[in-house]
Design a protein around this ligand. Structure first.
Ligand code: AMP
Length: 210
């Protein structure tokens, strides 16, 4: 199944996609992760993406479209994939439609106030990519998986989060209607107090996976 995960930043797209990737044995393709890796590696693309990412703005369409087009050629995409964070604009969705057939666009819905709380407490391990929330870290500042120090993503700072939500509303939310019109939209409402596993069970149910 070729899937897109839609939804505001912090809705849990990455967490849900990682769980599904393991259970369904299909890759999670996160443009945000790929851009951050390029930034870390100091490639030309990474350096040009940096200022957009750190301001909470979108990287230009042609850059991300190129990355995704290349990535979908890889062998591991043959049996399906989860696009996490792409497309984020209508032109990206139109370009994607030229080189991929999307079976499901899953809209992961969560209230804005929960998102702001989630993102401001999010901590990430720059080495292995694991994510945590301060509320469950019990004061620990290192990654439980690899022992590296945890950091706050620059774009998780409160002012930048506000901008990311505004960018989402203006440029990405129209994709909900776009995919609804195409007849492939499914929506899952994540409850603020539900556990990751409870939300994941909902995601599987909506996707009609046993
Ligand atoms: P994410 O990890 O998905 O929240 O993405 C982090 C940042 O990477 C976003 O705020 C954008 O600056 C950039 N980015 C990721 N995916 C895209 C995309 N599809 N189009 C444009 N910018 C993107």
């Amino acid at each position: 199944m070729n899937m897109i995960f839609l939804g505001p930043p912090g809705a849990g797209k990455g967490t849900m996609a990682q769980l599904l990737m393991v259970d369904e044995k299909i890759p999670q393709i996160s443009t945000g992760d790929m851009l951050r890796q390029a930034m870390k590696a100091g490639t030309e693309m990474g350096l040009s993406a940096k200022r957009y990412i750190e301001a909470g703005e979108l990287v230009p369409d042609e850059v991300v479209i190129g990355i995704v087009k290349d990535r979908l050629q890889a062998d591991d995409c043959k049996n399906g994939y989860i696009l996490d964070g792409f497309p984020r604009t209508v032109p990206q969705a139109e370009a994607l439609g030229q080189f991929a057939k999307i079976d499901v666009a899953l809209n992961i819905d969560l209230a804005d106030e929960v998102i702001i709380k989630r993102l401001s407490g999010r901590r990430v391990c720059l080495k292995c990519g694991a994510t945590y929330h301060t509320s469950t870290l019990n004061g620990s500042e290192t990654c439980a998986a690899c022992g590296e120090p945890l950091v706050q993503r620059k774009d998780d700072a409160p002012e930048t989060v506000k901008n990311r939500l505004a960018v989402y509303a203006a440029q990405t939310a129209p994709l909900i209607a776009y995919y609804e019109k195409k007849g492939v939209l499914k929506t899952v409402k994540c409850e603020p107090h539900a556990t990751v596993q409870e939300n994941y069970a909902q995601v599987r149910k909506v996707l009609e996976l046993a």
